[in-house]
Design a protein around this ligand. Sequence first.
Ligand code: SF4
Ligand code: SF4
Length: 115
Amino acid sequence: MDINETKAIRSTLLEETGKCRACRFCVDVCPTYQASEGVESISSYGRLQILKYLINGLIDEDDPILYPLYTCLQCGRCDIVCKGKGQNLEVSNLIRLGRSLLSQDLVRGGKNEDL
Ligand code: SF4
Ligand code: SF4
């Protein structure tokens, strides 16, 4: 991934996470949330908030709070619900994009200055 791709992903995440209305309709259908018996950070909405904090510089890319991004099953249930409620955020894709940004840090073996 070159620097332009990194910037494009960052821009997409910034724009799209800002569109979430916090209605939380997507939370109950998320299988990891169901399995956690109510831990919101392990839900679609929770992951979106984590991405928002990351992309706005409120947490570092090595913060343990990012862990739920890696527990998303990519099932797409949240996408269907969000679309049905008229907001149409591709939450699973945003989570995947967030993972790809963070993976650049691992590849480089240190802090990702582009994040
Ligand atoms: S359904 Fe969409 S708008 Fe509502 S909380 Fe989930 S991601 Fe945000
Ligand atoms: S794609 Fe991820 S965040 Fe969305 S419902 Fe499935 S496990 Fe939850």
